[in-house]
Write a new protein. Structure first.
Length: 139
């Protein structure tokens, strides 16, 4: 539990960005249930936005964690909570398309986790190597 402060910090900024994205894109949710290509385009855009958000959050979290951990999953959970809560409980525009949006968000979260973790591990390795080089030069 040594990373609770880091979990709190990363989860907070991911939740804030997630809330801003869901409130901004809420206007377009009425198109998701409508037949045609517009609904699929909106699903694709929302999925890409959340994939990028979760990938970035996980990548940044893993990069700064001193030891391997599985707590990076909490970053994705906290990114999805505002979106799923808004879609299922508050958004009247998403009626008829809630389950499509949920499926797309869960898929995006899974892909973001799957891609973000190895990229974060690689970035952490490079970060540690740079720190070691800097200490070797100074010492």
């Amino acid at each position: 539990m040594q990373d609770m402060v880091r979990i709190f910090a990363y989860s907070t900024w991911v939740m804030m960005i997630s809330m801003a994205m869901i409130l901004t894109s809420n206007l377009f949710f009425s198109q998701v249930a409508a037949p045609g290509w517009q609904g699929w385009l909106i699903l694709l855009i929302v999925g890409a936005l959340y994939l990028n958000l979760i990938y970035s959050g996980v990548w940044r979290f893993i990069r700064k964690v001193p030891a391997p951990t599985n707590q990076y999953v909490l970053v994705a959970v906290f990114a999805l909570l505002p979106a799923l809560g808004w879609i299922h409980f508050f958004s009247a525009a998403a009626e008829g398309g809630e389950w499509k949006l949920t499926a797309v968000l869960l898929l995006a979260a899974g892909i973001g986790l799957r891609l973000g973790h190895p990229a974060g591990v690689k970035a952490r390795y490079e970060y540690v190597q740079k720190i070691k080089e800097r200490f070797a030069e100074e010492g």
